[in-house]
Write a protein that binds this ligand. Structure first.
Ligand code: ZN
Length: 133
């Protein structure tokens, strides 16, 4: 793993969370993007080498609505940047980590992504991401 690429934070409303995080981090939101396949709207902030990703559900069947109904708003996942996502997926799968998606898929912010099931990672939803070059 190269670094923590971003932390994903589940929020109810981007319209109120974006200005709040702009104040908190003292930096503007540099991008908002809807990921239709994941039913989420995202907003990104630079914080040094890493980013903060806010996630709002775009409908009630979104994994983010389920998360917020169960646990409330808050830290949703941690994303690690990897050099070669397919090789990392193979490595982790061979070690017994459960991959949520079998093949890398297109995520927000120009990345190919794969999630690891929290039941095999001490309750932490882990995202692997590789920049699309
Ligand atoms: Zn993410």
């Amino acid at each position: 793993m190269l670094k923590i690429e971003h932390l994903g934070i589940a929020v109810k409303e981007l319209t109120t969370a974006i200005p709040l995080f702009e104040q908190l981090l003292n930096t503007p939101c540099y991008k908002t993007e809807e990921v239709a396949s994941e039913k989420v709207k995202t907003a990104f902030f630079m914080t040094g080498e890493s980013k903060i990703e806010l996630l709002e559900a775009s409908d009630e069947n979104s994994p983010i609505s389920k998360f917020i109904n169960k646990k409330g708003e808050g830290i949703h996942h941690i994303a690690f940047e990897v050099e070669n996502i397919e090789a990392e997926m193979k490595r982790l799968s061979a070690l017994g980590f459960e991959l949520i998606n079998e093949a890398p898929k297109k995520g927000a912010d120009n990345k190919m992504v794969c999630f690891l099931h929290p039941k095999t990672t001490n309750g932490v939803l882990v995202e692997l991401c590789q920049e699309i070059r």
